[in-house]
Write a protein that binds this ligand. Structure first.
Ligand SMILES: Cc1cn([C@H]2C[C@H](O)[C@@H](COP(=O)(O)OP(=O)(O)O[C@H]3O[C@@H](C)C(=O)[C@@H](O)[C@H]3O)O2)c(=O)[nH]c1=O
Length: 186
C-alpha cells in the first residue's frame, strides 16, 4: 500500500497493494490496520455509496453535507475512470477555495481521502464509469448541499457536462456561505 500527500495537506491519495496472478488480482480495498501502520488513522465509516454514470463527461458535484452530518469520504473508481476533485471549504483555512484533482481509475486502483470540510465532485472520463466511496456520516437529505461545478476555475476537461437538475441550479462558490470552519481559526 502506498500513501501520498497532495497539494492540500489533509487530502491523501491511497493506493492499496494488488496481488496479481493468472486469474486477475486481489486487493484489500480498505484495511484500517494497514493504514494505521502507515501512519494514516481515518475516522470510522458508516455508509458505503456506489453510483454508475452512463456517459463520459458526467459531472456530479460539487457536494457536501452540512454539520452535524458532514462526511469524510474515501473514494475509488470501481469501473472506468474519472477525475476526482476535492475543494477546501473550511473558512479560515490557509487553503480555502483551493482544490486538487486526481485521476482515479479501475486500472490505477487509487483512492482519494477527502476529510470533512471539503466539497467533493468528479467527472467521468469513460462511459459506464462506477464510483464507490465510504462515508463517515449517514446521508441526511436536509443537510445535503451543492456548489456550482464551474465556479472555481477547475479544469474538468469538459465544457457541457451531463448534470443533475440540482447541480445545474447550485450557487457559485463566491455566492455561497460555507458551513465549515477551520479548526483553530477565529
Ligand atoms: C448521496 C445519497 C443520495 N441518495 C438518493 C437521493 C436521490 O434520490 C438520489 C440521487 O442523489 P444525488 O443526485 O445527490 O446523487 P449524486 O449526485 O451522485 O450525489 C453524490 O455526489 C458525490 C459527488 C458525493 O460526494 C456524494 O456525497 C453525493 O453527494 O439518491 C440516498 O438515498 N443516499 C445518499 O447517500
Amino acid at each position: 500500500m502506498k500513501t501520498e500527500t497532495t497539494a492540500l495537506p489533509d487530502v491523501l491519495v491511497i493506493t492499496p497493494a494488488r496481488f496479481g496472478d493468472e486469474r486477475g488480482f486481489f486487493s484489500e480495498s480498505w484495511n484500517r490496520r494497514t493504514l494505521r501502520d502507515a501512519g494514516v488513522d481515518l475516522p470510522e465509516f458508516v455508509q458505503d455509496n456506489h453510483s454508475l454514470s452512463h456517459r463520459a463527461g458526467t459531472v456530479r458535484g460539487l457536494h457536501y453535507q452540512a454539520p452535524p452530518f458532514a462526511q469524510g469520504k474515501l473514494v475509488r473508481c470501481g469501473r472506468g475512470s474519472l477525475l476526482d476533485v476535492a475543494v477546501d471549504a473550511r473558512r479560515g483555512s490557509p487553503t480555502y477555495g483551493r482544490w486538487v484533482a486526481v485521476e482515479l481509475s479501475f486500472e490505477n486502483g487509487r483512492q482519494l481521502w477527502i476529510p470533512v470540510g471539503f466539497l467533493h465532485g468528479f467527472v467521468t472520463r469513460e462511459p459506464d464509469t462506477e464510483i464507490v466511496y465510504k462515508c463517515t456520516a449517514h446521508y441526511d437529505r436536509a443537510s445535503d448541499g451543492a456548489v456550482r461545478w464551474d465556479s472555481l476555475g477547475i479544469d474538468w476537461g469538459v465544457d457541457d457536462p451531463v448534470l443533475s437538475d440540482k447541480d445545474r441550479a447550485a450557487p457559485a462558490f463566491a455566492d455561497w456561505q460555507s458551513p465549515f470552519q477551520c479548526e483553530g481559526a477565529a
